[in-house]
Design a protein around this ligand. Structure first.
Ligand SMILES: [Zn+2]
Length: 105
């Protein structure tokens, strides 16, 4: 990669300004890193977000909907919401409920 850059800088006659280019490149690289961090944070947020709204889920699995990977915030920890989410989960991920057949659902 850097060999290509070097060649490019030689050809375009900007080699004497390589300091500027490297600064630009490292800035670009840092941006990519930041972008990666944002993606990771967004992923963690999505994973630990309330299934019914935008709020983050309760910590320590307190908002976990039994039998699913769903989590809810303090506003949605009531039985009605959890029962609805369980039903939704059963419809969306029937394969994850196969092993529960025969057990009290
Ligand atoms: Zn919620």
């Amino acid at each position: 990669m850097f060999a290509v850059w070097h060649w490019l800088l030689q050809v375009t006659g900007t080699a004497n300004e390589s300091g500027k280019w490297y600064a630009w490149w490292s800035g670009f690289g840092a941006d990519l890193e930041e972008f990666g961090i944002v993606v990771v944070i967004a992923g963690v947020y999505k994973r630990h977000k309330c299934q019914s709204c935008w709020r983050p889920a309760l910590k320590g699995g307190l908002g976990r909907v039994a039998g699913t990977h769903y989590e809810t915030c303090h506003k949605h920890t009531n039985k009605d919401v959890h029962d609805a989410l369980k039903e939704q989960h059963r419809i969306r991920h029937p394969e994850m409920h196969e092993h529960l057949k025969g057990e009290s659902a």
